[in-house]
Design a binder for this molecule. Structure first.
Ligand code: C5P
Length: 208
């Protein structure tokens, strides 16, 4: 069974995807991490994330980079969003994601274009979203937990800029795929969001 989970940043899609993988006994891939690694590698190379050649050169990052805690920062998210607009970067990461999706038994993948590009044949497709203020609040609480003191307004502005770029890019823009079910987590506690996601997947799979 392949489960595609798409949605904007801090919508809860990563938490939901991880929980779905545990519930259904499937492997999980956070595809945003791949774009974050490319962004980070551009930075380490001293390159420019807006330059397609610099961004493409960074796609050969070492797998150990995927464990770098720096990838979790807002800065890396911004870099990831900038490198991800280049078609050559998306093409370079395509085979790896498709191979993961099509592994025996299936998988759960979360990102922006899982149901539209990577695995349009997925058995279940969720589009997880939440209001900008709810998402900024979650990110702020998360950062506080890391001991980082960041203005909530700055986080909100950053999320909006990233959403804008992800939704309006020419290649694989963030959008709800045909057949994807919307799950708005704005007013849902984590446990409730996960329970609803499981129920939605079961319903889609039963329908076939
Ligand atoms: O999900 P996350 O916030 O880690 O993703 C970082 C950035 O990577 C996103 O803002 C988006 O621009 C890009 N991305 C993408 N396609 C994916 C996953 C992430 O373009 N499948």
């Amino acid at each position: 069974m392949i489960i595609a989970v798409d949605g904007p940043t801090a919508s809860g899609k990563g938490t939901i995807a991880k929980a779905l993988a545990a519930h259904f006994g499937l492997s999980h891939l956070d595809t945003g991490l791949l774009y974050r690694a490319v962004g980070r590698q551009v930075f380490l190379n001293g390159g420019n994330p807006d330059d397609p050649a610099d961004a493409l050169a960074a796609c050969t990052f070492a797998d150990t980079l995927l464990n770098d805690p720096e990838l979790r920062t807002e800065e890396s998210g911004g870099y990831a969003s900038r490198v991800s607009i280049h078609p050559a970067v998306r093409a370079a990461l395509l085979a790896r994601q498709q191979a993961f999706a099509n592994q025996p038994g299936g998988a759960v993948l979360d990102g922006r274009d899982i149901a539209t590009v990577i695995a349009p044949h997925a058995d279940a497709k969720l589009f997880v979203t939440a209001s900008v203020s709810a998402r900024a609040m979650r990110r702020w609480v998360e950062m506080k937990g890391f001991g980082l003191d960041v203005e909530r307004a700055a986080i909100e502005a950053d999320l909006e800029a990233r959403d804008e770029r992800d939704r309006n890019r020419a290649e694989a823009p963030l959008r709800q795929a045909d057949g994807a079910v919307l799950l708005d987590t704005s007013n849902l506690a984590k446990e409730m969001a996960v329970a609803m996601a499981i129920a939605l997947v079961e319903k889609q799979v039963a329908r076939g």
